[in-house]
Design a binder for this molecule. Structure first.
Ligand code: LIP
Length: 275
């Protein structure tokens, strides 16, 4: 068990300050080095790991550890995808240095750096910085969600047939066909369904009232950790519907109004798949 009896509980505002600094320094590094966006560390059929992914993660980690040297870190580039290790500190920082890596590598502006911090499993602060869009989304426990300092509110769209839902089609999720069937079911039930390729920003769009829901069947913890708090503090709902593999989640975030309808559609579909 982590021993925090001696350390005081840090304020969410202080933690947010450091989350913002980490997301900003890492994101700014990626933007500054955009010319190296195609320097590949490891290539896959439908995904890529960039050298800049590693560099940005190291920068975010250094920013956090400079303030809190004994806190635990979980980052996309260093997680082993095995069972999550028991944290050595009650504070766990969760980092996605470049979410939307494939977008970034093609020169699309839809990518971001996401940093969240949890204390004994409760998210206290989160920052999502999209440098190429000039957008910084933030939330801390007990404080409103904001974009560039302006308060965010989810939409009032009441029913799924009027909703715009963001989703992702991760090619690594198996079996692929079932993902496409679920995509078809969501697309038929909504006004529009969009695949932007950057989960953290998809969820920030829900927080901003520009989208009404977000769902993905196998998303990583680091993609959603900060944005889930941002959605909740903007008045929406964020919920893990399952945990199919270590660090992977079936994840739903909505404006709250369409939550039940979208959740039942997804669960119905998944139940039918298993029959
Ligand atoms: C990606 C996401 C994308 C999702 C993929 C992937 P990465 O993150 O944000 O929207 O569909 O599953 O996880 O790999 O670019 O950080």
């Amino acid at each position: 068990m982590p021993n925090d009896s001696a350390s005081p509980v840090l304020s969410p505002a202080r933690l947010l300050e450091v989350a913002v600094a980490a997301a900003r320094t890492a994101g700014t590094h990626a933007l500054t080095h955009l010319a190296r966006r195609m320097d590949v560390a490891q290539g896959f059929a439908h995904d890529v790991k960039l050298k800049l992914d590693m560099e940005c993660q190291a920068i975010a980690e250094q920013t956090i550890l400079a303030q809190f040297p004994d806190h635990t870190l979980l980052g996309e580039e260093t997680a082993d995808n095995g069972e999550p290790a028991a944290p050595s500190s009650p504070y766990l920082w969760i980092i996605d240095p470049i979410d939307g890596t494939v977008n970034f590598s093609h020169g699309l502006p839809f990518w971001c750096c996401s940093v969240a911090v949890r204390h004994h499993g409760t998210t206290l602060a989160g920052a999502v910085f999209a440098p190429a869009l000039g957008e910084l989304y933030t939330a801390a426990a007990g404080q409103p969600a904001e974009c560039n300092g302006r308060p965010l509110h989810v939409s009032s769209v009441p029913i799924l047939s009027q909703a715009l839902v963001m989703t992702g089609l991760d090619q690594k999720a198996q079996p692929k066909m079932e993902r496409l069937e679920l995509f078809r079911a969501i697309a038929e039930a909504t006004q529009k369904t969009r695949v932007m390729g950057v989960a953290a920003l998809d969820m920030c769009r829900v927080a901003a009232g520009q989208a009404d829901g977000y769902f993905e069947a196998a998303i990583y913890t680091w993609d959603i950790a900060a944005a889930a708090l941002i959605v909740e503090n903007a008045g929406g709902r964020a919920e893990a519907l399952g945990n199919p593999a270590p660090h992977r989640l079936l994840f739903l975030a909505t404006n709250g109004h369409v939550h039940g309808e979208l959740k039942s559609l997804i669960l119905r579909h998944l139940a039918a798949e298993r029959m």
